[in-house]
Design a protein. Sequence first.
Length: 307
Amino acid sequence: MISIELLHVYMSVVDTKSFTLTANRLGVMPSSVSRQMNMLEQHLDTKLFNRTTRKIQLTEAGHTLAARLPEILKSLDDTFGFIGDLSSKPKGLLRITAPVVFSELYLHDMLMAFRKKYPEVTLDIHLSEGVVDIVEEGFDVAVRIGKLADSNLRAVKIANNQRDLVIAPVLEANLPPIATPEDITDLPCLTFRYKSGREIWQFKSQGHNQKVAVKGPLRANNSMLLVKAAIDGEGLALCPRWLTEPYLKNKSLNTVLEHYDITASDFDSAIYLVYPDSNLVTGKVRAFIDFTKEYFSQFAWAEMHKR
């Protein structure tokens, strides 16, 4: 039987082109390396090396084996590591990146609960409203809100991202009734600053889509600021339900045009966990994904269906 260790020795010989250098690297005698390579050739019943007094050259069979082995050995290493994760509690460093406002409202309590369940996991949290390249910057998982761009990342949906058009009761009382999207055209609207600079809100009802250009006294790249400005009566704001829900409950804000789906970006928006594409997912990442899905199931706004 060919052992994994024997295959690793072979790849070292391929790398060094020398039994002696391989032996020095592995801390064994050159005769041991030579004997192991003879065993490998005998088992495969083929010649892998052409040996001279000065150097070692690979045969065609040797080149073929050398080309395929690295991927096979990596797959085996990943598999053994994955099985090791399954057989033990999640542990080690877990690097997470997430949006600022959402994290301030929801992630603190969730992460503390996660740490309580998995005390051997160390968390490294990076908050940013920008999209971070998690592969380039070495993050294990990211929280993303909105429609996902095509990428080589895996994604798991953890919550809906329904939006509300909200207004303070004091402002609503001083305006004409708002019954259709056209009614907001000349009203003060508080808008999120997108890179495109667009100030277009989209309305969908019974399969009919409609776009309305809006304007107002405030544009910002922070949803919490927009909500607070709306509470102060500065205008209407289009914000996610995960942000507006407490203010709707305490009557600081009312919703208008409730029978429409409304967005300033994409209708098919949700909250996701994304992580690098791999055949195997480490135990700590899998534990975090499962824990996060369960945690957000307690919130009514997170229900995984369209209204």
